[in-house]
Design a protein around this ligand. Sequence first.
Ligand SMILES: C[S@@+](CC[C@H](N)C(=O)[O-])C[C@H]1O[C@@H](n2cnc3c(N)ncnc32)[C@H](O)[C@@H]1O
Length: 420
Amino acid sequence: MTVTKVEVCLTHQTTTHDIEKERKFSKNAEPKSTDLSSQVASLARKLDQSQPVKNILSGLILLENLGIHFVLKAFFVDMAWTPKLGSTVTVSSLMRTFLLDKSHKALLHTLLIGVEEFGVLKFNNHSAETLSWTVTRLPPPSSNIQKTIKLIQTQLLAFPECSTEAEFLNYTGSNLYSVLRGEVSGLEILFPPESSPHYKFGANNLYTNSMLMEHSKTIYIIEGILQTLRAVDPSQEIVKILEIGAGTGGTTVPLLSAISADPALSSRFEIHYNFSDISNFFVTKAKARLETLFPKVHFQYSILDIEVPQPIVAGTGFDIIVAADVFHATQYMDDTLRHTRALVKPGGILILGEIFKSSLFLELSFGMTEGWWRYGDDFRQMDGPLLSEAGWDGVLRKFGFGHVFTVGHGNYGVVFAKGV
Ligand SMILES: C[S@@+](CC[C@H](N)C(=O)[O-])C[C@H]1O[C@@H](n2cnc3c(N)ncnc32)[C@H](O)[C@@H]1O
């Protein structure tokens, strides 16, 4: 993995400039080549002006500010690091001095960039073999760090649209030091068992209750699918949809609810929905639930690892493929997209829920797991597994897709592409 300086979205005060910058993202969603893009972009423009989206974007800025203060707390309060002005720090020196777990090397690197952005460290020569920083300002006293955390937590209460994210970050961020020390794994923090009192702060709650995900991802996936179904040739009797990495059904259920709620669509053709995941656990759990919820849908269930070639003849595949928060987690994007292309029929639509830029919110949660850092290709942005909007456009075109466009808010969004 290349480790050089990367731009990290750290904002220490909420400014109108920052909010405008975030909003610009969905304004870029101008119609390009297909009707689908103009229909989805029109929804994006409408949502852009909505109060929930405006509040979510403001809340996200506060979350980043909270994130950096959790990093400062882990380093300068919990770890009791008292840096001397002018001294040099590297990831290895930190790990050695404070007995941190070696598996968190990449995470520590991004956290140091966060401290650099905060103004405590200055990055030294990019070309040096070992990347290092110089301490150029003393960190705030520990009592101030703690007070600021409390203050931001209070400020966040004014943005109930981000309450799920705030609870999640409060929980993961306060465990950062224990994770860095290797006392507990990131996975244990993210996925507490259902019996644990922490269950309600974990990732499952985020997947189910996040308004941010709903407003920047699910809503667009639904709109994209409804519009695609409306455009299906009236002579077509069956529409085949494949969901990859469907997991707990966080996207499946709202998606099928929206299709079922549109009688014009559900009576026009049969929906054949292939619910797939790499994990047998999710697939088995979904079987019991989905058929009761959606009796008219024809379900198939597959254990599908999209990184492995799929036994299907190209050209006979699915009309629509959906994957929400899955593809960036795969190791080699070229394999993932090659296999996906073989599954979608020419002219079929691929819809990906994705995040286009990393943030402390993500690094202090998913970044605490080894899976976040396991990517092995060169398509990602520096220091993380995510692809920018331009990155998705490039890589999708390279692997047999066209008509690529993205919509979303605050770095969270959806990529649409057509099998060509
Ligand atoms: C973040 S969850 C998203 C779940 C679901 N798409 C949603 O929107 O709620 C990612 C899912 O991708 C699955 N997954 C991870 N790697 C995969 C792979 N190589 N192929 C297929 N699914 C995968 C995981 O098991 C998990 O269920």
